[in-house]
Design a protein around this ligand. Structure first.
Ligand SMILES: [Zn+2]
Length: 264
């Protein structure tokens, strides 16, 4: 199962299957796209059950919509310098650290975990990132390290930061994102710098610093806002239709409205 997104700026493939089937598919992808394996970056993790429900191939204008046509990684490389997870970890744990971390992800992802010292723009969609970068209070002289789930969004976010006046010489992006950090930095070391897990866009919902699925997390069936195991428990457990507080309240209001209608 999986999703393949094809765009001029690149290809994004998410696959879920047995190890041998996934490995076989990787070879097919590289041969169909005529890409050397050095240009294809994989982030593997294990799960006890299939994490994607269907197989889809989509042709898209942008791999990840930011609504800024000039930010096209296929025309120019990201203006930010890549930084490895190991180097970022050393920087963050150094007593002389002068790094400002910027989470480029959305509010519902942040809820399930992020780097302890990370700043964010409090956005609910990546399309708001360019405008938020323009009004960002982060000083232009800061050394900013951006990060996201797998490193793809930062390829674009860097253009938005540069357009907002942040000099490319002080912009960095975490290579391979949080998932690569979890892979390359040991779980104990990751816990020093990172709080919680990483939201992923499949049925696992959240993975921890060991790359394992965090049990009990569900998403609101209406808006896909993630709910922790404790929150799900408080709502009566996994067997119920799970709705976040906001959607629950909206339903209540709708019910009230219907009741009023009936009474008059
Ligand atoms: Zn909801």
């Amino acid at each position: 199962m999986g999703t393949i997104l094809l765009a001029v700026e690149g290809v994004n493939v998410r696959l879920s299957g047995s190890l041998s089937a996934v490995e076989e598919f990787k070879i097919i992808i590289e041969s169909v796209l005529s890409l050397p394996s050095s240009l294809v970056h994989y982030k593997d993790s294990t799960s006890s059950s299939p994490s994607l429900p269907r197989f889809l191939v989509k042709i898209k204008k942008e791999l990840i919509g930011m609504g800024m046509p000039s930010a096209d990684p296929s025309l120019a490389p990201s203006p930010a310098q890549h930084i490895s997870p190991e180097d970022l970890h050393s920087m963050l744990t150094s007593s002389t650290s002068d790094v400002v971390l910027l989470d480029t992800r959305n509010d519902y992802e942040l809820k399930m975990g992020t780097f302890k010292s990370a700043h964010h723009f409090d956005i609910s969609t990546f399309r708001d990132f360019p405008a938020s970068a323009k009004s960002s209070p982060l000083p232009k002289s800061d050394k900013i390290v951006m990060f996201c789930t797998g490193g793809i969004r930062c390829e674009k976010a860097a253009f938005a930061m540069e357009a907002a006046g942040y000099p490319s010489s002080s912009l960095y992006q975490l290579d391979g994102g949080i998932l690569n950090y979890f892979e390359k930095v040991s779980p104990d070391a990751s816990r020093e710098t990172y709080e919680g897990g990483c939201f992923v866009f499949d049925d696992r919902v959240v993975v921890d610093v060991e790359g394992k699925t965090v049990k009990g997390v569900r998403v609101c069936f209406r808006c896909r806002w993630p709910l922790s195991g404790g929150e799900v428990e408080a709502m009566g457990g996994e067997d119920r239709v799970i709705k976040c507080e906001k959607c629950g309240e909206e339903d209540m209001l709708n019910c009230e409205g219907r009741k009023r209608k009936r009474n008059y």
